[in-house]
Design a protein around this ligand. Structure first.
Ligand code: FES
Ligand SMILES: [Fe+2]
Length: 454
């Protein structure tokens, strides 16, 4: 139960999230009790992004990830099967893995020495004969494993809830767009790897500030990112006024706020006037010519694969907290009601030559992440907005999410999607609607296939 302050009137969750009026209470971003419920209701049930199979290519490889606030281990066991385990010893809870990644035959707990095989089985207990009299049933105390795991074109996802729908159904109409985010530039499925190490840092704001506004708030770009546009840090050097976006080819299309309202996923996506892919435009004028050459040839191969097909849509925020794009993955983990742990992964073609990988890595480090110019701008806003929303008076003032309210529409070219003007707050309303549905739902029966909570 959310703690209710009678002086503030009706405080049900539904009263805090008024989607008809587009008025959302700040309480859902600052209230400790609501936050605790999110960890159970949202993070305990939703499909969550874990990582990518390229992070654990060999038997025994592991990569430490997160689900909500909790540490989990993605590991490839000695038979090659992928698992995701809660990173807690079954004896007294010590973290059995304290490294970000590596390769191991066993996870041995540093506290009392219990050892677990890479498939999670408890295989070693010190003093098993003398102290436990061989009476401990080891099969009951293996590492705790997620309810379901899915390898989706190389990307790894998991949920604690065995009743969750299949992952592809969870993605709905975004399944194809997400698939394409993991194909190489020449159009080969599962053709990428992720740069290591992963960037990780903490921000003093609620996780919904970044997760729900990113790719749903184009309004901020002109003001927030003016400095980076002026600085001209794009891979094109100062061409095109130093446009910061990577490899932007010209192709007739219209951008929309696009979302699946019932599922909460959404992004800024295009509907194209032509089928296929756009011809390549030289981009990397500050890098050796091999880089443009590689990407040009890749684009030609991709054009053959998709000849005659329309590639509307693309990557998006996949509810609740990860934004999957073609060249980067933005992941925001809750870390207390007023803190977020932000992770960045960057895809690059697995078979690209080093000169291309280096160019891509340099560009991403300049553009994204904790030291990248773009995200520094965003963080400044989220941090100060959070701080200025927590006071007793400030939290009484709802945030209006009214841009484009009631002006949504559908288009037969992108079935299942709700559209709005490219600058709207439609996607944020979709995410909030899904959030409310999760917070109110008793089980997955209330959440799928229809958003009955809406
Ligand atoms: S906490 Fe792990 S062996 Fe005791
Ligand atoms: Fe931004």
């Amino acid at each position: 139960m959310v703690h209710i302050l009678p002086s503030l009137g009706d405080r049900s969750l539904r009263s805090l999230v008024d989607l008809e009026q587009g008025l959302i209470s700040r309480e859902i971003y600052v209230n400790e009790d609501i936050y605790k419920q999110e960890l159970e209701q949202v993070y305990g049930r939703a499909w969550l992004f874990i990582g990518h199979e390229s992070l654990v290519p060999n038997p025994g490889d592991f990569f430490k990830s997160r689900m909500g606030e909790e540490s989990v281990i993605l590991v490839r066991d000695h038979k090659g099967v992928l698992h995701v385990f809660l990173n807690t010893c079954r004896h007294r809870g010590m973290k059995v893995c304290r490294y970000d990644d590596g390769n191991t035959r066993l996870f041995t707990c540093p506290f009392h020495g219990w050892s677990y095989d890479t498939d999670g089985k408890l295989v070693g207990v010190p003093h098993f004969k003398t102290a436990f009299h061989e009476e401990l049933d080891k099969s009951e105390f293996g590492l705790y494993e997620v309810g379901r795991i899915c390898n989706f074109y190389g990307s790894i996802w998991a949920t604690w809830d065995r009743d969750a729908p299949p992952f592809e159904d969870y993605l709905g109409a975004y399944a194809d767009g997400v698939r394409r985010c993991f194909e190489s530039m020449d159009g080969v499925d599962n053709g990428v790897e992720l740069f290591r190490p992963v960037q990780r840092w903490r921000l003093p704001c609620n996780w919904k500030f970044p997760a729900f506004s990113f790719d749903g708030d184009r309004m901020h770009g002109v003001t927030t990112h003016r400095s980076i546009n002026v600085a001209a840090i794009g891979p094109q050097g100062d061409r095109n006024e130093g446009d910061r976006h990577p490899m932007r080819a010209r192709f007739p299309s219209t951008n929309y706020e696009m979302s699946i309202r019932e599922l909460g996923h959404g992004g800024h996506n295009a509907i194209y006037d032509l089928p296929g892919v756009a011809p390549y435009v030289d981009t990397w004028q500050t890098e050796p010519p091999e880089v443009d050459e590689y990407y040009r040839q890749a684009r030609e191969k991709k054009a053959k694969k998709y000849e005659g097909q329309f590639l509307h849509g693309g990557g998006a925020l996949i509810f609740p907290n990860v934004n999957i794009q073609e060249q980067r993955i933005l992941h925001w983990h809750p870390h207390g009601v007023g803190a977020t742990e932000s992770w960045r992964f960057y895809q690059v073609d697995r078979n690209a030559p080093k000169v291309v990988k280096d160019a891509q890595r340099r560009y991403m480090m300049r553009y994204c992440g904790p030291a990248g110019l773009t995200e520094s701008d965003d963080m400044e806003n989220w941090n100060y907005a959070s701080e200025a929303s927590t006071g007793a008076m400030a939290r009484r003032l709802p945030y209006p999410f009214k841009a484009g309210l009631g002006h949504d529409y559908t288009d037969d070219r992108v079935p299942g999607m709700t559209l709005n003007f490219d600058i709207a707050e439609e996607n944020q309303r979709s995410r909030l609607a899904r959030w409310l549905a999760f917070m109110e739902a008793g089980s997955w029966n209330d959440l799928y296939p229809l958003n009955k909570g809406k």
